[in-house]
Design a protein. Sequence first.
Length: 174
Amino acid sequence: MIIDLTTRKVKRVVKLPKTPFGITFDGESLICCCSGKDIQMISCTDFSCTNIPKTLMSQYSYIAIQGDKIVCTVPDDSKVSCLDNGKLVWEFKNESVLKKPGGITIDDKGNVFVVGMDSKNSLMISPDGKQYKQIQTKEYGLTEPSTIYFDKIRKQLLITNINSFAHLYDVSFY
């Protein structure tokens, strides 16, 4: 369902092959993950739906986009994948620091931020997927982290817990 937030009215109902989970916006299209299906792109001009071939998503996958780069979580395999036009660019998998990745976001420099739902933390992964830094843990209140969002204008990171408080951080590593 696409809702006009100004009028609070349903603008359009878009039929998808399965229930969507992670969703993002690239300025022209909504891009979403549907369990067991390829990534779906919904045009915001005519609401047509197309898929990105060879991008099969698992259940509860989250997604973020910057330019041609799409990053998505694969919770069942505890990994993060980076795709460019459907082709795998890099993959991050290190279960000693990231278990059951959930929400994911990208900053304006291409750094990827992701929460570990079972590892109860958040990581920053370098744009090439080769380096990472743990930035928050359960000791700082991440009891059940689920989603994350980077505000590129304010340089702030918002992390939500499933059943408790959200946390807002000023990011100053620039």
